[in-house]
Design a protein around this ligand. Structure first.
Ligand code: DQA
Length: 150
C-alpha cells in the first residue's frame, strides 16, 4: 500500500520558519520520521512539497491513480483554496488534513478550513504528531476501504 504525504507552501522552510509556532524540525526530519512509521505500519510513502497550488492539484490527481490515501498539510491554502478542496473531493481516496499548529487557536482567518469538509478528517496542533497520527489514520481508513488487513 502506497500513501502520499503532501506538504504545501512554505513548509520547505520548516526548521527556521517561525520556530515558536512550527517547531524546529526540518521538513526532511519530519519526512524521515514518517518513513520510520511507514516501515512500522508496513506501508510505503512518497513525500512531496510544493509552493504552487496547481502543482499540489496535479499531485493529488496522481495520488488518485497511484496511492491508497493522502496525508495533506495544505499550509495557507487551507483557508481559501477551493481548487484544492475540489481536488481532495474529486480523488475519491481518504485524505487526512494535518497541521503542525493549532489553527483553531490562532488568528481568526486560520480557524476556517475550506479543505476540511472534503477531507476524511483533520488533525491540528500536535506538531509532528499531527503528521504521524495522520499517517496512522489514513492507513487505517485505506485498509478498511480495501477490506483487507494488509
Ligand atoms: C499550517 C497552518 C497554516 O495556517 C499556515 O498557513 C501554514 C502551516 C500548520 O501546519 O500549522 O503554512 O498548515
Amino acid at each position: 500500500m502506497l500513501v502520499f504525504v503532501l506538504h504545501g507552501p512554505n513548509l520547505n522552510l520548516l526548521g527556521t520558519r517561525e520556530p515558536d509556532v512550527y517547531g524546529t524540525l526540518t521538513l526532511d526530519e519530519i519526512n524521515a520520521r514518517l518513513h520510520d512509521l511507514a516501515r512500522e505500519l508496513g506501508v510505503e510513502i512518497e513525500c512531496f512539497q510544493s509552493n504552487e497550488e496547481g502543482e499540489l492539484i496535479n499531485i493529488l490527481h496522481a495520488a488518485a491513480r497511484r496511492a491508497a490515501g493522502v496525508v495533506f498539510n495544505p499550509g495557507a491554502f487551507t483557508h481559501y483554496s477551493l481548487a484544492l478542496r475540489d481536488a481532495v473531493a474529486a480523488i475519491g481516496i481518504p485524505t487526512v488534513e494535518v497541521h503542525l499548529s493549532n489553527i483553531h487557536a490562532r488568528e481568526p482567518f486560520r480557524r476556517r478550513s475550506v479543505i476540511a469538509a472534503a477531507a476524511a478528517g483533520q488533525i491540528s496542533g500536535l506538531g509532528i504528531e499531527s503528521y504521524l497520527l495522520g499517517l496512522r489514520a489514513v492507513v487505517a481508513l485505506a485498509r478498511k476501504r480495501a477490506g483487507d488487513g494488509s
